[in-house]
Design a protein around this ligand. Structure first.
Ligand code: NOJ
Ligand code: CA
Length: 679
């Protein structure tokens, strides 16, 4: 495996010489379908536009910045020169939805120069066209008169030409990304987080996002008028939303553009726009499934804080380790193990210690015990959003976990009443920042890099969105960044049945999610029912990818469902291939995924609130082989709406490539199939 990590360049990028460019300048994707035009308008503002197969998708849209110090990077520009390059390489993901990723693109670097009356500044924009979309970023080169860019906002526009439907969540809201997705005409979007997904009348799918968000503010999409959007950056307490010394490059602004939903979901566009692995060998991180001391706290049965209901006791942890060892789970998450939980979520985390355990939790004892049993503890750092307190302890905290063999840490930034509390410029002082502002973006990378030093992988909750950085930092294994399973603990049908079939085509385009499936009891606190059949809890392992997949329910509840537990034990968290074999945005999603370590295929996914029957084609199987298909599907009469949500049916049949299977999906349902080569 390790030797293949550097299996990369099939053909390296081929740069060409700078050449004078008559405006407008065009470049096409490798297959010729996408054509980009870069020009300047009557006000000498840089613009870009994009068509696909002759249809205009993005009408001329402006490029540029507003800086806070009256230096304008807006008008008076002309194209000075362009540079073209082409790339075609295949590289390997150390873990993921697939093993090999092809990066085939055409590149156009456009150098804009401003006339002297506007300031005479230089601004380069690098575009990359793939068959499945486009990415572009600004590169501000070293230049006289501009050493630091104090960015008030970006002027980047996306003027979507055709009408369509959008799936989106509001940007800049108090609850970060933990929102219910809206489905509206494009004209109905206000300010959206990315990824924002759009389907046009002719079936073309587009998803707007960004790649390689490093030392910059997260981008929201603000609808200016009609179907025209403008990038707006997450704010900062310091005035400028981004402060960067030149030279620097912004994150890539990206659009996946595909003929259908499968193309959208299977695209690796953002990963291709991230830098290769900077950490070297990270094979110390092993994809795994895990259980934990968690659902009891989320439901309110136990507490994170010390006291009579304290969840994280030595005894309960050892019992959970026993359960994990017996059933082959790689990890046990323990939350509330440390000092400083005072029961006040909005107390700003001043008291958290990330090295000291509560008196009833023997950290060394349980990690020794876990090691003997071949299980790893999954650590937990809830910060309450107080990164000032966390950063002061960060190195010690990661070192401790590294020493104890705690290979993964879940972090948390619950700060619903405000934002992040970051260290200020004066020692001891703090300032409030956004969850996705430049300061917090810096913080997340600092955590990931510090963790890597001690061979620890990171899974942040209340994170900044994923922009493909797992390619560069493969220990950044998962994150939350949407409404996860936890919401179902807090009310009946809290995540409606369309939630997960929407996540697949929106949030999940950005990267792995620690959704925490596997609540087989199908109930939260006070018997609040989940919008889920039993089979859907298994289907979630195929629908929502993460290299660490939880079985979130209490061990007793998992054990009470031996057949379902058997599936969860077997389903991999690391794949050689992944394909969407049936699906529509917001309606349903069925994947076929191949185990990275064996010959088995798995098929499964989720449905919304409408029952439907699918003809699944087993086209992906290896020809000439017979497979035994173990099927978990909704029982007759199943529906998430009543107790019939517990009805499940099992079937075992033989299938081969070319066969089809009629799968009935109940309202709020899902299904899961394991396909093993027949002996
Ligand atoms: C919210 C997270 O999403 C949840 O998983 C965690 O248990 C709590 N915060 C406490 O950190
Ligand atoms: Ca959360």
């Amino acid at each position: 495996m390790r030797s293949l990590m550097f299996f990369t360049a099939v053909a390296a990028a081929v740069p060409a010489l700078a050449q004078p460019a008559p405006a407008p300048t065009t470049v096409a994707s490798p297959d010729g379908a996408l054509v980009l035009t870069v020009a300047t308008d009557n006000d000498q503002r840089p613009t870009w536009s994009l068509s696909r197969k002759g249809q205009l998708l993005i009408a001329p849209s402006k490029l540029g910045f507003i800086l806070t110090d009256r230096i304008g990077l807006q008008r008076g520009f002309a194209i000075e020169s362009v540079e073209r390059a082409t790339g075609d390489a295949t590289w390997e993901l150390p873990w993921g939805e697939r093993r090999f990723v092809r990066d085939r693109h055409e590149e156009l670097l456009v150098r804009f120069r401003q006339n002297e009356s506007w300031g005479g500044h230089l601004m380069n924009v690098r575009f990359r066209l793939f068959d499945d979309g486009i990415g572009f970023r600004y590169e501000l080169p070293e230049q006289p008169g501009l050493t630091t860019a104090n960015i008030a906002d970006e002027l980047t526009e996306f003027d979507i030409a055709p009408a369509g439907t959008a799936w989106w969540i509001p940007g800049g809201e108090w609850n970060r990304y933990e929102q219910v997705y809206q489905e509206t005409p494009i004209e109905g979007v206000a300010t959206a987080h990315t990824p924002m997904t759009i389907r046009l009348a002719d079936g073309t799918h587009m998803a707007f996002h960004e790649a390689a968000l490093v030392d910059y503010a997260g981008m929201w999409l603000k609808r200016a008028e009609g179907r025209k959007f403008r990038a707006t950056l997450s704010p900062s307490s310091q005035g400028p939303r981004v402060v960067r010394d030149l030279p620097f490059a912004t994150p890539w602004r990206t659009i996946r553009i595909t003929d259908n939903a499968a193309g959208l979901v299977e695209s690796d566009l953002e990963l291709n726009l991230n830098e290769p692995n900077k950490l070297g060998d990270t094979s110390w991180f092993k994809p795994m499934k895990y259980v934990g001391i968690w659902w009891g706290m989320i439901r309110g049965d136990w507490s994170w804080a010390e006291g009579p209901k304290h969840g994280a006791t030595t005894e309960r942890t050892k019992a959970t380790i026993d359960f994990a060892a017996k059933h082959g789970f790689g990890g046990v998450l323990v939350e509330g193990w440390n000092k400083g939980w005072n029961g006040n979520w909005f107390g700003h985390g001043d008291e958290y210690s990330f090295t000291q355990a509560t008196p009833d939790f023997d950290l060394k004892g349980v990690t020794d015990y876990a090691r003997k049993k071949g299980v790893q503890l999954i650590g937990h750092h809830e910060t309450g959003g107080n990164i000032a307190v966390y950063e002061a302890q960060l190195d010690d905290a990661m070192k401790l976990y590294g020493q104890l063999g705690v290979g993964t840490v879940k972090t948390g930034y619950v700060a619903d009443a405000g934002g992040i509390i970051a260290p200020g410029d004066t020692p001891g002082e703090t300032r409030m920042e956004w969850h996705d502002g430049q300061r917090q973006v810096q913080h997340h990378l600092k955590v990931v890099e510090t963790a890597a030093k001690y061979r620890v992988a990171v899974n942040p909750h209340e994170p900044v969105k994923d922009t493909g950085l797992r390619r560069t930092y493969p220990n950044w294994v998962a994150r939350e960044g949407a409404r996860g399973m936890e919401y179902n603990a807090w009310g009946a049908f809290a995540n409606g049945p369309e939630h997960e079939p929407t996540l697949v085509y929106t949030r999940m385009l950005s990267g792995p999610m620690d959704f925490t499936p596997g609540v087989l009891s199908l109930e939260g606190a006070n018997k609040a029912p989940l919008a889920s059949t039993l089979a859907k809890q298994l289907g979630l392992y195929l629908a929502i990818y993460s290299p660490i997949q939880m079985a979130a329910d209490f061990p007793e509840s998992l054990a009470a469902h031996p057949r379902e537990l058997d599936f969860i034990k077997r389903v991999p968290a690391d794949w050689a291939e992944s394909r969407l074999i049936a699906g529509a945005v917001g309606d349903y999603a069925i994947f076929a995924r191949k185990d990275r370590r064996g010959a088995d295929w798995y098929v499964g996914g989720v449905n919304d609130g409408t029952a439907r029957t699918l003809d699944l084609a087993f086209d992906f199987l290896e020809p000439g082989k017979t497979y035994t298909a173990t099927i978990y599907k909704d029982g007759e009469g199943a529906t998430y709406l009543t107790d019939a949500r517990h009805k499940i049916a099992y079937e075992t049949i033989k299938v081969k490539k070319g066969d089809t299977y009629k799968l009935w999906l109940a309202p709020g349902a899902g299904a899961a199939i394991r396909l093993a080569p027949a002996k």
